[in-house]
Ligand binder design. Structure first.
Ligand SMILES: [Zn+2]
Length: 463
């Protein structure tokens, strides 16, 4: 199949960051093959179907470097709580009672929601394995919707003393044995969906868990992702247990490397940042979640200046209530400006880089995705900016980062396949899926006892 996206306002995100007017892009099979004028491309590729993008923005598909898809069923149950209560009363019990069918429906809904907000690659961090079959049920959702990305086999191996439900705790050997099985089942060179490994965090994974993860990743050449320095609690437990920060500890045991994607890094100090840079470890920045859970404002400008690669992320909807990278982009810019009292500290352009090409680099996929250039995979998003929010429009990057709400995404292609066309996701019946997701969310909340949180009193102030 060949397709020409014609006459668009084209944000390439190529090396020169060119923004082209009335530009056209030709896709053949799964790759972008040429950029040019409509006339030129229609002459060179006469068989191609033309998608008229006049008056529209065409941009690379966005990369969500950290989420927990199963939490799609938990939206709104954890609002305005302190972290401990959020985990012990809601997220933890929900994990215990999650079924494989719940995980599948949540992943499907999460993928559909992501596509609607222009995401074409996502990293799922799945740490609930109370029943066998969780990972295949999520891979299936990626297959059905056409999503690209990593389904990471997560685990917790300790942490009961901090409120981790015992049902969620696995022996590292068991968890990583399963991870190896899933990697061998699904990972192919250049495959659209890959399995990664995801030890959870310093207070919920023991040293053996991290050491065995590194060994498995080296043997199978798999991506690792883990939570790093998200909260002060992580630093306190790392100090008590190891007498150092979690970043220092992970470096010392030989865990860090360029294949590690560290989510959050909110409390990384200059020394930790130097360690991340030294190992070329990547960072997934979750601005909405960090604010929602009051974790703190991560040192993003400091990490960027040090040369650390940072991708943008939504985090799970238990702590951000959606998968929108449009919201994440705006919040990522605003929190740094407010925190540093410096409106120049970060730009709309940098934030868009984090959502596209930098996110691709965070996953080691920068030669394949993240920009619109001949030779790259055809992951393309079309935005219809003819609406009250994005107009009047002076500059497309400003409009995307600061004005857009996300519903402007009209057409999405992943790997050369239309996964959404004219506002409708192609791989699923969206109405039916929404009904099913609500049903699974209701039933899970009932089983987990978190449905009482739906009857919350009106709290104008928490105190
Ligand atoms: Zn997370």
């Amino acid at each position: 199949m060949s397709v020409i996206f014609s006459d668009a306002w084209l944000i390439t995100m190529n090396e020169r960051r060119e923004i082209l007017d009335e530009a056209s892009v030709c896709v053949e099979k799964d790759r972008i093959v040429a950029l040019g004028t409509r006339r030129d491309l229609e002459r060179r590729f006469p068989e191609a179907e033309t998608v008229d993008c006049k008056g529209r923005i065409v941009m690379p598909g966005m990369v969500n470097t950290h989420t927990h898809l199963f939490q799609t069923l938990l939206k709104g149950l954890g609002d305005d709580m302190v972290l401990k209560k959020w985990f012990t009363c809601m997220t933890g019990p929900s994990g215990v009672h999650l079924t494989v069918e719940d995980a599948h429906v949540a992943a499907l809904h999460g993928c559909v929601e992501s596509i609607h907000s222009g995401v074409t690659t996502l990293v799922d961090f799945m740490y609930v394995h109370t029943k066998p079959g969780m990972i295949p049920s999520i891979v299936e959702a990626f297959e059905q919707t056409g999503m690209r990305g990593f389904v990471c086999r997560g685990f917790l191996s300790t942490g009961e003393q901090y409120g981790v439900p015992p049902e969620l705790i696995e022996r590292p050997q068991h968890a990583l044995g399963d991870a190896r099985k899933q990697i061998r089942r699904y990972n192919r060179p250049g495959g659209r969906v890959q399995i990664g490994i995801a030890p959870n965090m310093i207070w919920a994974v023991d040293e053996e868990g991290y050491r065995l993860t590194r060994k498995l990743a080296d043997e199978e050449r798999a991506l690792i992702t883990t939570h790093v320095a998200e909260t002060t609690f992580e630093l306190e437990t790392a100090a008590t247990r190891y007498g150092q920060t979690d970043t220092e500890f992970l470096s010392e045991i030989g865990f860090l490397g360029p294949d590690v994607l560290a989510a959050h890094c909110v409390h990384c100090k200059p020394h930790d940042i130097r360690i991340l840079r030294h190992h070329k470890t990547k960072v997934a920045h979750n601005p909405c979640s960090n604010m929602y859970l009051a974790s703190g404002c991560p040192p993003i400008p400091e990490m960027l200046l040090a040369g650390v690669d940072i991708g943008l992320a939504s985090d799970g909807p238990a702590s951000s209530n959606n998968h929108s990278l449009f919201q994440a982009m705006k919040v990522a810019a605003l929190i740094q400006k407010g925190f540093h009292k410096d409106s120049t500290i970060i730009t709309a352009e940098k934030v868009l880089e984090m959502a596209t090409i930098d996110g691709a680099r965070a996953l080691g996929l920068e030669t394949e995705i993240g920009s619109i250039e001949p030779g790259k995979k055809a992951d393309i998003v079309v935005l219809d900016f003819n609406n009250p929010f994005m107009t009047p429009i002076h500059h497309p990057v400003s409009a995307i980062v600061y004005s857009a709400l996300g519903h402007e995404v009209s057409t999405v292609m992943i790997d050369g396949r239309f996964v959404m066309k004219d506002g409708l996701v192609t791989g699923v019946n969206e109405t039916e899926l929404r009904r099913k997701a609500q049903m699974h969310a209701d039933n899970l909340a009932r089983r987990a006892g978190s449905d009482r949180l739906r009857k919350r009193p009106w709290r104008s102030l928490a105190i």
